[in-house]
Design a protein around this ligand. Structure first.
Ligand SMILES: [Zn+2]
Length: 288
């Protein structure tokens, strides 16, 4: 949750058509960490700013869960906002979203300790695991030589962007982090008295950002009239990599009980949705 004062600052900066400063980003991170559980707080070791423009400018922030360090790719952010032109409030909330996404990864150790379905998904559905497997299978020996981010870099350099993005979007830990990040932003503005009326335009955009975060990994097939099931896709990828024993089989079983989850939860976990479900969710969220 972001405090009202920080939200005011983000809006103030956006109104002047400016982008988040490093100072404000740091304040948002510290504020969020302060509200986290003790495990995450102990894990967090600081934030650093990388001013260079990485190979993949879509990566606005990174998190090293081992060291607990959040890296804000400010060089990429500057490039990103440059490409976005003057859509400042949307861009600023996208930047906040990508930072909060990384914080969600930092919270994973705590989430795993809760021992529920989500904790199982995070343990068995991490992008790090699938990259490990992909690398093992297609580039034997590489994984041992490089660290995780270098493996990602390696994949990107090998023009594996398409595969990388496709896998990334269906990984349960990524889907959870992405939707929780935007849910936190939406929850924060919802708690801000009068935000909805005072900043109606921005409020509407934030709701749209949340809906698109839930949509990550879903594609509509107009011929079949159905959506793919990202969690299924992920499990099939893992099976294709021939390591089914490494995945807890109860995750697949849970798909039979998808009806017990509401539409937002199902989308967060990559479970089946119908076109009607999604239409209703959009209607619910986008009505003023
Ligand atoms: Zn992530």
């Amino acid at each position: 949750m972001i405090s009202n004062e920080l939200l005011e600052e983000i809006i103030y900066i956006s109104k002047q058509e400016k982008y988040l400063t490093m100072d404000l980003i740091e304040k948002i991170v510290i504020d969020s960490i302060d509200k986290c559980d003790p495990i995450t707080q102990a894990k967090f070791s600081g934030i650093e700013f990388d001013l260079s423009i990485p190979k993949d400018p879509d990566i606005l922030a990174k998190c090293d869960v081992k060291t607990g360090k959040i890296t804000c790719c400010y060089g990429s952010i500057l490039k990103y906002v440059d490409d976005q032109g003057l859509r400042s409030s949307l861009s600023n909330f996208r930047i906040v979203g990508s930072i909060l996404h990384e914080l969600e990864h930092l919270k994973e150790e705590y989430k795993i300790s809760l021992n529920d379905f989500e904790s199982k998904l995070i343990q068995n559905g991490s992008s790090a695991l699938i990259f490990d497997l992909v690398i093992d299978k297609y580039f034997p020996g590489v994984y041992n030589k490089y660290k995780y981010f270098n493996v990602v870099k390696y994949i990107l350099e090998k023009k594996w962007n398409l595969i990388y993005n496709k896998i990334w979007e269906i990984c349960p830990d990524e889907k959870i982090a992405e939707s929780e990040a935007y849910k936190a932003i939406l929850g924060s503005v919802d708690k801000f008295p009068g935000f909805k009326d005072k900043y109606a335009f921005t409020y509407h955009k934030i709701k749209k950002l949340y809906i698109s975060s839930l949509m990550m990994g879903y594609n509509y097939n107009s011929e079949l009239g159905t959506y793919n099931v990202p969690l299924e896709d992920y499990l099939s990828q893992i099976e294709r990599l021939d390591v089914e024993n490494r995945i807890d089989s109860s995750i697949r079983d849970e798909l039979y009980f998808a009806d017990l989850y509401d539409i937002e939860e199902r989308m967060k976990y990559g479970m089946p949705i119908t076109r009607q479900d999604f239409k209703e969710l959009k209607k619910e969220y986008l009505k003023r």
